[in-house]
Design a binder for this molecule. Structure first.
Ligand SMILES: [Zn+2]
Length: 293
């Protein structure tokens, strides 16, 4: 995060360049389609499904980057300034800072920041920085239904002529989300497994949807002390998880050692990727103890 003075300098540097349009993003501007920015891959997946050919989608967080520490490049900020809208979920940290940068950099007078998480009940007390509730809202097929409906509404406001195009696309996405939800529920029910261990608590909403216990190893979003680690490990062993999950932006070596000590398989998830339905399916299959989802 830059200090305030750094921001002023950055804005001064960026604005004249952006006004010349010399930013390598000409196609997106000249095909007449609005470009919508989102932060997370799963939101990009949902948005592409609803927006189809009528909008371009840009993702502000590169794959594998940690939103809790990532700082965008100048080129990424310039691309953000070209977008017609920024669809976000009011999560603190990266999204919050990108939303305020978007407001400062947007070149269109009608540019808007939309909250596509409206109507979702937030979980509290599961994540370190959860002044706005647990931020990992997209790791839930049920929340995704609400997000998609909010996206369709926002797209229709930006592009009223496309409303009759977005509606059937939303209906077909909703049907596929319902089917995915039912599939996951049945996979988990058949297995009887009810708990999983995970390095960072990214799956609170998934756990809530299916009545599972998430056992995170991190405490308060920080590397645990050796004493805290021993305590978390003892807790995990006593609660019989069927699997240990990790994501590559956290600490894979530590995850491997923890899985060994708990005595469960280690499975990598890419929960910020656009391959979202497959990640949800893989999560359920791994908890259920199936090798190939
Ligand atoms: Zn987190």
């Amino acid at each position: 995060m830059l200090p305030a003075v750094g921001w002023l300098i950055l804005l001064t540097l960026l604005l004249p360049t952006a006004a010349c349009g010399n930013d390598g993003n000409k196609e997106a501007k000249h095909d007449g389609k609005p470009t919508i920015a989102v932060t997370y891959g799963p939101l990009a997946y949902l948005l592409r499904e609803v927006a189809g050919e009528r909008c371009d989608v840009t993702v502000t967080l590169p794959p594998g980057a940690n939103p809790e520490s990532y700082d965008p490049t100048m080129a990424e900020l310039r691309r953000l300034g070209d977008c017609a809208a920024y669809f976000q979920m009011n999560t603190p940290g990266f999204e919050e800072s990108m939303a305020s940068r978007f407001k400062a950099l947007a070149r269109s007078d009608s540019a808007r920041v939309a909250d596509v998480s409206a109507g979702i009940e937030r979980i509290e007390g599961t994540h370190a920085d959860d002044s706005h509730g647990d931020p990992h809202i997209w790791n839930s097929v049920r929340n995704a239904r609400t997000i998609a409906a909010n996206m369709a509404r926002e797209l229709s406001a930006i592009d009223p002529a496309g409303a009759s195009y977005y509606k059937p696309r939303l209906d077909s996405l909703t049907a596929s989300l319902d089917a995915l939800d039912a599939e996951i529920a049945s996979t988990l029910k058949a297995s009887g497994n009810r708990a999983f261990a995970i390095q960072h608590p990214s799956l609170s909403y998934f756990a809530r949807d299916y009545g599972l216990e998430q056992i995170p190893i991190e405490s308060d979003g920080k590397e645990p002390s050796p004493a805290q680690m021993a305590e978390r490990l003892a807790y995990a062993i006593g609660h019989h998880p069927s699997v240990m999950f990790f994501e590559r932006e956290h600490n894979p070596e530590q995850a491997a050692e923890l899985a060994r000590q708990i005595g469960v398989p280690l499975v990598e998830l890419r929960l910020n990727s656009e391959d979202w339905p497959q990640q949800m399916r893989k999560t359920a299959a791994a908890i259920a103890g199936r090798k190939n989802p």
